[in-house]
Design a protein around this ligand. Structure first.
Ligand code: APR
Ligand code: ZN
Ligand code: ZN
Length: 375
């Protein structure tokens, strides 16, 4: 069914929040200049897909969901120089424009055009979409839309990786793993021997735990309200755990019981007022709190500014693990193939793409850490 003008593709579309996503037939146009078509082998079901499906984040609809994907380049548009047919790629929702102030400042993870065009408008860089259904436009999600058999993405959104890596595992590197490992190694640059705590052991927090292990941290304290998640954290390198589930638990105090004098680094992998405040309150002199989780818009948190100026504590934010996708995604794939990065423990199930709706329900219910949808 492929032609010069495009191809028939099945994908997961969200029309209205109330009716939920559905698996339907779509039309995908051919890649334009500086775009590539990727045949998807695997897609990870990650938090932002759920936020959109539940109506907690507003994006232009109808939209093809999915923002973690891996596959093989099957067509290249005009002017594409860095990729060719047959390349294995991991998709990134940060397809850097290469020319905005942040890109010019070596901060590709903050590309302004990605926010303004790709995320906000649900289109590609020329302002249009490659998706349609019965002749009407359907939007891209985060420039990825990986819950589909094939996609068209900007050239900078498809990152070439080694061909011997299993796509149904390394697919997780595209979002959650890069975000968590990058927060530790890039944003905070945690040194060997440091004491680290991670609040929230979902896909992102567990990746912070792995990042801390890779950094050679001396103590790695995992915090969660769910004891099952704490067991997983231990498997990934946590040296200690704190169950924050008890009524009235004071996380900062519990952390100080484990590491007297406070932590060198605390990663808030949830982003609630209470977890951000606990992150700052648990710091040692000179310690750094890193906000990784995305709070809902409009919330606030309180801290004692004297604890910063008097004791050199810092509060910093980490977006997408401060990664440069072209440098860091292939490097994380290497770590996986060398046996240094555990992805299998993060994967609760593999399911066919047609079961994306069930996979989103599992994530919502806390039944799944990560589901990988396979084509
Ligand atoms: N204290 C400790 N842990 C908590 C608390 C709490 N008050 N509330 C929830 N948790 C735990 C949950 O039990 C779960 O293990 O936090 C974890 C959150 O995991 P996920 O829902 O899987 O979230 P994840 O995909 O890791 O994303 C974390 O990053 O991208 C953002 O929007 C995302 O803000 C979210 C964060
Ligand atoms: Zn994600
Ligand atoms: Zn840019």
């Amino acid at each position: 069914s492929q032609s010069a003008t495009g191809t028939a593709v099945r994908g997961v579309v969200l029309d209205e929040v109330a009716s939920g996503p559905s698996f339907t037939e779509l039309h995908l146009a051919a890649p334009g200049p500086n775009e590539v078509e990727v045949t998807i082998a695997a897609a990870g079901v990650c938090g932002s897909d759920l936020h959109v499906a539940l109506g907690e984040w507003n994006v232009p609809r109808p939209v093809v969901l999915g923002h973690e994907g891996a596959g093989v380049v099957t067509r290249v548009g005009e002017n594409v120089t860095s990729l060719e047919e047959g390349d294995h790629v991991i998709l990134t929702w940060m397809p850097q424009c290469g020319s905005c102030r942040q890109c010019n400042n070596s901060r590709p993870w903050q590309c302004e055009q990605v926010v303004e065009v790709i995320e906000t408008k649900g289109v590609l860089y020329d302002g249009t979409t490659r998706w349609s259904r019965n002749g009407s436009a359907v939007h891209h999600f985060a420039g990825v839309s990986s819950f589909a058999e094939k996609v068209v993405v900007p050239e900078s959104g498809a990152i070439r990786i080694r061909r011997d890596a299993p796509l149904d595992a390394v697919v997780l590197i595209g979002c959650g793993v890069a975000t968590g490992v990058g927060a530790v190694r890039n944003t905070a640059a945690v040194p060997a021997g440091a004491s680290v705590a991670v609040i929230g052991c979902g896909g992102v927090g567990l990746s912070c735990v792995q990042g801390a292990r890779l950094a050679g941290a001396g103590r790695i304290v995992a915090v969660d309200v769910n004891p099952d998640k704490l067991e997983v954290a231990k498997r990934l390198g946590a040296t200690d755990t704190v169950d924050a589930g008890a009524e009235g638990a004071d996380v900062a105090e519990l952390l100080r019981d484990v590491v007297p004098g406070g932590l060198d680094y605390v990663f808030d992998a949830i982003g609630r007022t209470s977890t951000t405040e606990a992150s700052v309150a648990a710091l040692a002199i000179g310690g750094t709190a890193v906000v990784v989780g995305l709070p809902p818009e409009g919330t606030t948190a309180r801290f004692d500014p004297l604890a910063l100026s008097e004791s050199s504590r810092r509060i910093i934010g980490s977006h997408y693990g401060s990664i440069d996708p072209r440098r860091d995604i292939p490097a994380l794939v290497d770590l996986y193939t060398e046996g240094e990065l555990d992805l299998e423990t993060l994967i609760s199930a593999r399911r066919p793409l047609s079961e994306a709706v069930e996979a989103l329900e599992d994530l919502k219910a806390g039944r799944a850490l990560r589901t990988v949808l396979v084509n």
